[in-house]
Design a protein around this ligand. Structure first.
Ligand SMILES: *Cc1c(COP(=O)(O)O)cnc(C)c1O
Length: 409
């Protein structure tokens, strides 16, 4: 059992940086002891010159890999021309980005924000306003149905409807108006709908929860039930979307089109934070000037990078690649079930693996992987999430999975 006996591989340069980072920051993260200096594609190089295969891809913010040349070029070119006007004025990157992203989603309108949590907050506000103005829900009575095990971000409203004690404890009082039902349980969702229900907000696959894939037909069921009850369906595709699962959106696996796409992470190409809510006019059109905004949302640099991201996605190449590499990922991980792993969930180039507690904690496995030049991140105890950049080569991926096999075997 390699996992629990690993020494932390730190040299003087890394150790000094780790100490400095630890000394002057809030300890709201527990990073692996590695200090990265530069990165390209699927590989990161630390301050001591050691190379590491990235199997996290910035929680899918780096779907196109580190330093993708097309994205870097778009960023560099824009950086020298114009970076921000605020939305008080229109800039020449705005129309292109919103039109392209709207087309990618098959929707009329785009509302650009910065972080994922802001996009989720935006969706909540839009759903509520739609509930009052279109559905006719009585003032301040609107409810939004969410799922157990969700992760939608870190604002006070959002952590208020999380059921992860770390995420929510001691951050209350929380915003009312959210009803939690078990994830994947369609009957429970329908039973929770009342005349006050304005929307349903779910992740089509729960990323932070450990790449939890709902039962087949669930997303179609959510679509059917929400349509029948005149309730909006918002899909938080911030982590699952934009190529990760082998489709543009995770909802595509069930040919489902939600009323609102909530996007982030990979939309910024790993360069700048870019998020958005994308929906048709009858939904997003309810917002009028002054009712919502963001100083940085839709800035020129973000739009230039976001446009380049949408161009990459429009080719379908990255989705195909995730789909192709999924075969290897699934095959190799399935082969480890009973040999160090007790559960495996794969969709596209994305996997949640449950490590046999006898092998060690998820953290210990990740530390052992680090010692072998592989970077991955545990989530919730013994679960590890694997999300390599979609540009990873088949050989590199196979090598990374060899390291996992060696660590858990
Ligand atoms: C990461 C994530 C968010 C929050 O995004 P931030 O940019 O960190 O605010 C919201 N929803 C899902 C599904 C996520 O994975």
């Amino acid at each position: 059992m390699t996992a629990s006996t690993t020494d932390t591989p730190t040299t003087t340069a890394a150790a000094a940086e780790l100490d400095r980072a630890e000394a002057r920051t809030a300890h709201n993260y527990h990073p692996l002891p590695v200090v990265v200096a530069h990165a390209e594609g699927a590989w990161m190089t630390d301050v001591d010159g050691r190379r590491h295969l990235d199997l996290l891809a910035g929680y899918s913010a780096l779907n196109f890999g580190h330093s993708h040349p097309v994205l870097l070029e778009a960023a560099h070119a824009q950086l020298d021309r114009l970076t921000l006007t605020s939305r008080a004025f229109v800039h020449d990157q705005f129309a292109d980005f919103t039109a392209k992203l709207g087309d990618l989603c098959g929707k009329d309108l785009v509302l650009p924000m910065n972080t994922g949590a802001e996009a989720v907050e935006t969706a909540i506000k839009v759903i509520r306003k739609w509930g009052y103005q279109v559905k006719g829900i009585a003032a301040d009575q609107a409810e939004i149905i969410v799922a157990s095990g969700n992760f939608h971000g870190r604002t006070t409203t959002i952590v208020g409807f999380s059921d992860d004690p770390d995420a929510r404890n001691d951050f209350g009082p929380f915003s009312p108006g959210f009803v939690t039902v078990p994830y994947g349980d369609l009957a429970a969702l329908e039973a929770a709908i009342t005349p006050r229900t304005a929307g349903v907000l779910i992740e089509p696959i729960q990323g932070e929860g450990g790449v939890v894939i709902p039962p087949p037909g669930y997303l179609q069921g959510v679509r059917e039930v929400t349509t029948r009850h005149d309730v909006l369906f918002a899909a938080d595709e911030i982590q699952a979307g934009l190529g990760r699962t082998g489709r543009t959106f995770a909802c595509d696996h069930e040919d489902v089109v939600p009323d609102l796409y909530v996007l982030g992470k990979a939309l910024g190409g790993g360069i700048v934070p870019v998020s958005a809510v994308v929906a048709d006019r009858d939904v997003l059109g309810i917002l009028k000037p002054g009712q919502h905004g963001s100083t940085f949302g839709g800035n020129a640099l973000a739009c230039a990078v976001g446009s380049a991201v949408v161009d990459l996605l429009a080719t379908g190449d990255f989705q195909r690649r995730a789909d192709d590499l999924s075969v290897l990922l699934r095959e190799r991980l399935d082969g480890l079930v009973g040999r160090g792993l007790v559960g495996v969930r794969v969709r596209g180039l994305w996997a949640g693996v449950d490590v046999d507690p006898a092998v060690g904690s998820g953290r210990q496995v990740c530390e052992a992987l680090l010692a072998r030049g592989v970077l991955a991140k545990d989530t919730h105890g013994s679960t590890i999430r694997l999300a390599p950049p979609l540009v990873v080569s088949e050989d590199d991926l196979a090598w990374g999975l060899d390291q996992l096999a060696a660590v858990v075997g």
